[in-house]
Design a binder for this molecule. Structure first.
Ligand code: UT7
Length: 344
């Protein structure tokens, strides 16, 4: 599904961005004290050098709140101007209700709609497409789109869980999206298009089976927990093979829909699951390395938060500026994959 370039009427623009990472970075060498792994294995197989993990009673909406405050400040928008909150995350604060409700409460915005988006690594791009649609339909004027992940609390930090524990990190990124009347479609800052896909045939290739309703009895039992039913399970090779196919495919779909080429794009911000996936995409599409902003070495795989963390980190590094043409692509559990093209 694509929302394609049509500069007429009301469009949506990113007004500001904020990111938040909890505490101090945890180097690979610290993980080898917890499980049978090594800095060399993690670096060579994934490109990850460190990640951030929350300490103590810090929740998804806590990180989201910190990133949101920074995004609002960066956008020069007051919280009370926001009329819709979208929060993409893997693990909410509680099973019910969604983490967006806790974020809404922390922001003091009771009354406005708040929605959780559960589309894993593509969650932020799915959320942006919803924000874009609400603005273009005239249902919203300023939307807070946040992606926040506290994944560390779901990881098995022993050798049994090393295949996933070394990959994932915590963090949050947020953008404020506002209505924009486009006068110069070639120069104005606005979101051009989103391209969303999913294939539920691969649902079990990267998933957490429990708690859930696909059981004979209660949705969570001691037996399910003892058998590891609530742990993250991934078939890394299948995920990898699909990622290197779907990411370039959806990126090209996004560029073609807007009559753009790789050369037109100033910055590519990709999902960060494995540096080898991103290198493969770059090689396949002949994208020069200076046009790609990778963060995996610093943050690990931060699932839905990865793309906004990439935006914020690129801004801090001086690589993303107002007026730049940006293309993004993400792939993850579901499988879901997506791309967005926008002028920052
Ligand atoms: O964001 C969501 C999307 N996720 C992805 O896109 C992930 C895609 N997949 C991948 O990035 C890679 O498949 C992984 C990084 C997850 C794994 O890399 P791999 O090259 O496919 O390694 P492997 O799973 O084939 O494991 C190779 C070996 C195994 O040992 P044997 O069977 O060869 O003796 C594993 O047991 O490495 C072992 N291993 C580890 N060794 C040290 C697995 N995890 C670790 C570890 N440290 N943390």
């Amino acid at each position: 599904m694509s929302q394609v370039f049509n500069p007429s009427g009301t469009r949506a623009e990113i007004l500001g961005c904020g990111i938040f990472l909890p505490g101090d970075p945890i180097p690979n060498s610290d993980l080898s004290k917890l499980m049978d792994t090594s800095d060399d294995w993690i670096r060579t197989r994934t490109g990850i050098e460190q990640r951030y993990w929350v300490q103590g009673k810090v929740s998804t909406s806590d990180l989201a709140f910190e990133a949101s405050k920074r995004a609002l400040e960066n956008a020069k928008v007051e919280a009370k101007e926001i009329d819709l909150i979208l929060l993409a995350c893997l693990y909410p604060d509680h099973e019910i209700p969604g983490a967006s409700l806790f974020l809404q409460r922390k922001l003091g915005l009771s009354g406005i709609p708040a929605l959780d988006i559960r589309q894993q690594c593509s969650g932020f791009l799915y959320a942006m497409s919803i924000a874009d649609s609400f603005i273009r339909m005239g249902m919203s004027k300023k939307v807070l789109v946040v992606a926040s992940e506290v994944q560390s609390k779901g990881l098995d930090r022993t050798t049994k869980g090393r295949d996933t524990a070394v990959l994932f990190g915590d963090g949050a990124g947020a953008v404020v999206i506002g209505a924009k009347s486009v006068t110069d479609a070639k120069k104005d800052s606005f979101i051009y298009s989103h391209h969303l896909h999913a294939d539920g045939n691969f649902a079990e290739s990267l998933w957490i089976p429990s708690p859930g309703t696909n059981t004979e009895g209660h949705r969570i039992t001691h037996e399910i927990l003892d058998q590891g039913g609530a742990d993250l399970k991934m078939n890394g090779k299948i995920v990898f093979q699909n990622a290197v196919t779907r990411m370039p495919e959806v990126l090209v779909e996004g560029l073609n829909a807007n009559g753009l080429t790789i050369d037109d794009v100033d910055l590519f911000v990709f999902h960060q699951a494995n540096i080898r996936i991103n290198d493969y995409v770059a090689d396949k599409l002949k994208i020069p390395s200076h046009k790609i902003h990778n963060t995996i070495h610093k943050f690990g795989n931060t699932t839905a938060a990865t793309i906004p963390l990439g935006f914020g980190d690129a801004i801090q590094a001086g690589k993303l500026k107002k007026g730049d043409l940006v293309a993004t692509a993400a792939f993850g559990a579901g499988f879901t994959w997506a791309a967005s093209v926008l002028r920052w």
